[in-house]
Design a protein around this ligand. Sequence first.
Ligand SMILES: *Cc1c(COP(=O)(O)O)cnc(C)c1O
Length: 231
Amino acid sequence: MVKENLRNVEERVAKACLRSGRKREDVTLIAVSKTKPVSMIEEVLEEGVLDFGENKPQELKEKYEVLPENIRWHMIGHLQRNKIKYIIDKACLIHSVDSERLAQAISDEAGKRGIVMPVLVEVNIAREASKDGIFEENAEEFIKNISKLPYIHVEGLMAIAPFVENPEENREYFKKLRKLYVDIKSKNIDNVNMCNLSMGMTGDFEVAIEEGATLVRVGTGIFGDRDYSVR
Ligand SMILES: *Cc1c(COP(=O)(O)O)cnc(C)c1O
């Protein structure tokens, strides 16, 4: 089932790339495995996917410890400062930096291990009260400020679009995020390399790819519905 789902998602990713004149290798499919067992991740690994997304630091750590080392783990969820230590040497990218205090704490923790942590800045692109992320008008100054921290490296933007029935409704938000990304990129801020745009989930990843996503985060579409009651 998981393999079938994955092949279906992969085909849709490829078609969206084709439609929008993009190269397939310019879009990375992140399989969002939160709440899902190691056995399901192994099935996806067998299909050659190496990028996985988790939103709970402890869960990422537990899975990291039992799964192959060549997996690229993406920390996609809201991160509390006291949990950074669980994932700092395990995640390849933190998608959800939305405060200077968090950025500072990530930099401090990375410094202790002698590494530089790549991060994305989370933008609340639809200004939803229920969502984390900074507002677009604050993004440039925010990035300028955190770019001075020695042990993080800003590599782009991330957003979670509204939950909608029709993915077309999110196109405007993806366009907005893309524009913000290009604007900030053009400022050539020191120690910032805008190269990743993380947007699009199961319900809207095709539209996100058409609008320039380089990272799409797909959970349900690959692993099926999540059951939070078992955790
Ligand atoms: C859970 C989650 C996803 C995946 O959502 P699906 O709708 O299941 O594809 C993507 N991004 C973030 C930040 C998530 O927490």
